[in-house]
Design a protein around this ligand. Structure first.
Ligand code: FUL
Length: 487
């Protein structure tokens, strides 16, 4: 008995010495991400590849009656796509395995409108197989866009089509994907387009979303399911690369469905504060005017791509950038070059983090000033899983960054530790002038996984970030200061 209480005494004094007496981490708040959703968000940039009969016809939407012969890439090389993605800093590739025309880039047994009916590689070609192998070799994740809207399927507009579509999903999700760890092929994201027009006989389809989602869940339990309303991630509400300046990863999905039954696009753009589900926004946008390659179109400039990065990744969203292969089956040189230039621009902006040389202090620290576990020092330690937190009752704490020498920057990066939920609803940033006066620099609402603030070029020795409103005690795991000389 005596020995036991002595042990407890020693433990208590040890805890007191480290400054952390029984301080528990904050409890999760509201709807929170799954481990897969956190991993997905941390990918930040992925590549979309629109490829199919439209690549050859010059259309954006084929009507399903195109001859299979139309699909005939002269020198398809998925390794070139993967190398481009990889060098462009993309973490995964999502391919349009089946677009609205119904044409399947793999020899699907559920359709007669596939690569097997084309003369490409004598009907023995399989784009999904080649892409699976290329992604595996390059260490990239692979995802699939499989359009429920099918303008070729004869059963479209009847119950039978839902079953056909289920089998179509099965044939892709059990045969293709990237074997990143040498294991079973993994599909990291299933993309469900909300578009729902008429089929070949003019009928529309009532989609069985529960069946589609459960099929994905059964065959690829780690896959993030994209649709207008998730469940894994949601459409951002536009195709111009802009997430809302206010962007909650939480969304109220009750009573809504993908497509015509989706919430208004501005709700998808901004999410719902205190929304019931964690359904983060994915920003899909094309490097070119169209989704498919067209001979007379050209890629966006580096400046446009940087702006898109700031308004997507920089606003708590993931960027899915479409870089479409051409009719040779290759990503054109001007696009791959542009992607590399874009990545080089990002690398140059984000290579030097001035926050690393700051002394960071906080108005409050969970468990008290001496508590290392939740210290503001964690904000610039480069470790995703360490964070600064405050006691549960503190909703409006302040952080101060002080420098020995003045620093000059025009980008501020803030990150909330999203595994414990999204909390911050308003904040302001001020800097100190040489005369000691504090001046406003920026203000914002949400932070989420990542917020990048674009500020005027500022030189200072002190910066202050004040949380003005938070749904629960704020938890931040990263702060960064950078200089963008490009935009
Ligand atoms: C839309 C489609 O209709 C477009 O063709 C494209 O695939 C885009 C990503 O999604 O809904």
């Amino acid at each position: 008995m005596r020995a036991k209480s002595l042990k407890i005494q020693i433990l208590i004094s040890l805890a007191a010495m480290t400054g952390c007496v029984r301080t528990m981490p904050p409890a999760p708040y509201g709807a929170c991400p799954t481990l897969q959703q956190v991993a997905w968000q941390r990918m930040e940039t992925n590549m979309f590849c629109h490829f199919g009969p439209n690549t050859f016809s010059g259309l954006e939407w084929g009507d399903g009656s195109e001859a299979e012969e139309l699909f005939n890439p002269t020198s398809l090389d998925c390794r070139q796509w993967a190398a481009t993605a990889r060098q462009g800093g993309m973490k995964g590739i999502i391919i349009t395995a089946k677009h609205h025309d119904g044409f399947c880039l793999w020899p699907s047994a559920q359709s007669t409108h596939t690569v097997a009916q084309s003369s490409w590689r004598n009907g023995r070609g399989d784009v999904l197989r080649e892409l699976s192998d290329a992604c595996t070799e390059a260490g990239l994740a692979m995802g699939v866009y499989i359009s429920p809207w099918d303008r070729n399927a004869p059963t479209y507009g009847s119950d039978a089509y839902n079953e056909t579509f289920r089998m179509t999903l099965e044939s892709v999700l059990s045969n293709y994907g990237s074997r990143i760890d040498g294991g079973e092929p993994q599909i990291f994201e299933q993309w469900f387009d909300g578009a729902n027009g008429e089929g070949p006989n003019g009928k529309r389809q009532e989609y069985d979303w529960a069946l589609f989602n459960s099929t994905v869940g059964r065959l690829q339990p780690n896959a993030i399911i994209f649709s207008d309303i998730g469940p894994g991630c949601r459409w951002v509400g536009n195709e111009s690369g802009e997430a809302g300046e206010t962007c909650w990863s939480t969304l109220n999905t009750e009573g809504f469905a993908p497509g015509a039954g989706a919430p208004p696009t501005d709700t998808l753009n901004r999410g719902n504060m205190r929304g019931s589900r964690w359904v983060p926004a994915e920003t899909d946008v094309s490097i070119r005017p169209g989704w498919f390659w067209h001979a007379d179109e050209h890629p966006k400039s580096v400046a446009e791509l940087l702006r898109i990065y700031y308004s997507s990744v920089g606003r708590n969203s993931l960027l899915l950038l479409n870089v479409p292969p051409d009719s040779r089956g290759l990503i054109p040189a001007e696009d791959s070059l542009r992607l590399l230039e874009f990545r080089a621009a990002l690398d140059s902006v984000f290579s030097t983090d001035m926050a690393k040389s700051a002394r960071i202090t906080a108005s409050h620290t969970r468990g008290g000033k001496r508590c290392k576990e939740f210290s503001p020092c964690n904000l610039a330690d480069g470790n995703y899983d360490t964070y600064w937190a405050v006691d549960d009752s503190i909703l409006t704490p302040t952080l101060t960054l002080s420098f020995n020498q003045p620093v000059t920057f025009n980008r501020i990066v803030l990150q909330e530790y999203i595994p414990l939920g999204q909390r911050v609803a308003a904040f302001v940033v001020e800097y100190q002038e040489a005369d000691g006066q504090w001046r406003p620099l920026a203000e914002g609402t949400t932070i989420g996984y990542k917020r990048i603030l674009l500020t005027p070029k500022t030189t200072t020795k002190s910066l202050r970030i004040s949380i003005k409103s938070s749904l629960a005690c704020p938890i931040l795991n990263n702060i960064g200061l950078f200089m963008d000389n490009i935009l």
